[in-house]
Design a protein around this ligand. Structure first.
Ligand code: ATP
Length: 449
């Protein structure tokens, strides 16, 4: 974990938020490379679940919504975590996480040094951030609004709008990427659990009898997405929820529950959730119909009936997925005896920089000119970086460390002899001589971006 956090900071993937003011608990900022990486994760998701499918459409709903939505969804009544305090060391914990984050007092007690920990009874703590809308902070709650704790509800309340404008037939789904906020009791593990994060959610509407089959199909499709983007199979697992941990919407007899896709982070003692795929039955549409007084049904022409569709919800975290892809890509390799390199073996679609253009002599005008022109040309199709600030060996290591799949060197032969460049592959470190006018196609073909 320390190596990853330090690499993230040193190379500009992730910075502590508000660092010059001493930081702000559990908030992180994505630096230049992190912003590209996270954007690539979100784009890969959007492409796979919206653009490549005929049964899906996208949505971008607002963060602030009518407060009644959170009554209908059950968040005001049930979106609580059990909070316990240790009276000795004054730390706070989630009662249901005590096995993974024990009170520090307890561990030091085991070392025979401190007073015993003294945990209070658990009390429920609502995770939604409250705010006031408009210029006046009234004492009463009449202008209260909430920062959304999930993007899902923005999809449910837009169900009739999307249905009429897109004219989709069941089964079809709506996807959305956006920020969500939860006042987590114990954020931590770097960007794994934060109070502000981004979700990538799908609500897939279907006939009730098709829900069990589609639930299973979505579990497989989402699991495959991580594999297709290069995540190692041995670090991924599927875990169906136990009955007692199911969310309120998945507890009904009609639901086929929730299955999590989990990832074994090296800094955690057991696999942790990347994404949950739930069968929410007709809970949300029925609740919103009840609370809004509107009809949220679907007219099934073939059967000539109005039904409330069932919903399969694959709900992923963009920050968690980004962290998992980063950790999974991290390799330390011995290149020659005593010489190791750090390399991030990102899938080309995810790599923040696709190609680096490295002039072998930074003061030779013809070399610089060709290299700059090549960068400009490639940059129209992919993220291309120009770097002449060190010797070639060091430049290669730098690009390996940020996961750039290809480096192109422009040398004396390029301008004096063969009008070709050397292309180096990040993973194999093999080099190939490619004609200048072929480089773009060569890279586009290899990168498949
Ligand atoms: P957990 O049990 O870890 O608190 P959850 O089951 O409450 O998570 P969901 O409500 O299913 O999480 O949210 C869907 C996804 O959103 C999660 O799989 C995760 O990737 C992401 N997510 C949820 N909470 C956070 C958080 N505090 N920080 C970062 N990502 C989060």
């Amino acid at each position: 974990m320390e190596e990853i956090v330090s690499l993230c900071k040193r190379r500009g993937f992730v910075f502590q938020s508000s660092e010059i003011y001493g930081g702000f608990a559990s908030c992180w900022d994505y630096g230049p490379l992190g912003a590209e990486l996270k954007r690539n994760v979100k784009n890969a998701w959007w492409r796979a679940v919206v653009q490549e499918r005929d049964d899906m459409v996208g949505l971008d709903s607002s963060i602030l919504m009518h407060p009644k939505i959170w009554e209908a969804s059950g968040h005001i009544a049930t979106f609580n975590d059990p909070l316990v305090d240790c009276k000795t060391c004054k730390s706070r914990f989630r009662a249901d996480h005590l096995d993974t984050t024990p009170c520090p007092q307890k561990s030091s007690k085991m070392a025979g040094q401190a007073e015993p920990c003294a945990l209070t009874e658990a009390r429920l703590f609502n995770l939604m951030f409250k705010t006031h809308v408009g210029p006046v902070d009234r004492d009463d709650d009449s202008n209260v609004a909430y920062l959304r704790p999930e993007t899902a509800q923005g999809i449910f309340v837009n169900f009739p709008n999307v249905l009429t404008t897109s004219r989709k037939k069941l089964p079809f789904g709506i996807a959305q990427i956006g920020k969500a906020f939860r006042n987590e009791i114990t954020p931590g593990n770097f960007t794994f659990r934060t109070r502000e994060f981004e979700q990538m959610e799908i609500e897939y509407f279907c006939r009730p009898e098709d829900a069990p089959r589609l639930h299973e199909e979505w579990i497989q499709a989402r699991y495959q997405w991580y594999l297709d983007l290069g995540m190692k199979r041995e670090n991924l697992s599927l875990r169906p929820h136990e009955k007692d941990e199911l969310a309120h919407y998945a507890q009904s007899a009609e639901s086929t529950g929730t299955t999590d896709i989990e990832y074994q982070f090296p800094f955690m003692d057991k696999p942790a959730e990347l994404e949950g795929i739930a069968n929410r039955a007709d809970f949300d549409l029925s609740q919103h119909a009840k609370f809004s007084g509107q009809k949220l049904t679907y007219f099934d022409q073939a059967n000539n009936e109005h039904i409330t569709p069932y919903v399969i919800e694959p709900s992923a975290g963009a920050d968690r997925a980004t962290l998992a892809f980063l950790v999974d890509a991290y390799h330390e390799e011995e290149v020659k005896e005593g010489d190791t390199r750090v390399v991030l073996k990102f899938h080309p679609q995810l790599a923040p920089v696709k190609v680096a253009i490295l002039p072998l002599a930074k003061n030779k005008a013809p070399i610089v000119e060709v290299a700059q022109r090549l960068r400009g040309d490639l940059a129209k199709k992919m993220v291309a970086q120009y770097d002449d600030t060190a010797g070639i060996g060091k430049l290669y290591r730098r690009q390996d460390e940020i996961g750039t799949p290809y480096c192109v060197t422009v040398d004396f032969d390029t301008v004096e002899k063969d009008n070709a460049v050397t292309v180096r592959d990040r993973d194999t470190m093999q080099q190939e001589r490619i004609a200048l006018d072929q480089v773009k196609n060569y890279l586009l073909d290899k990168l498949d971006v």
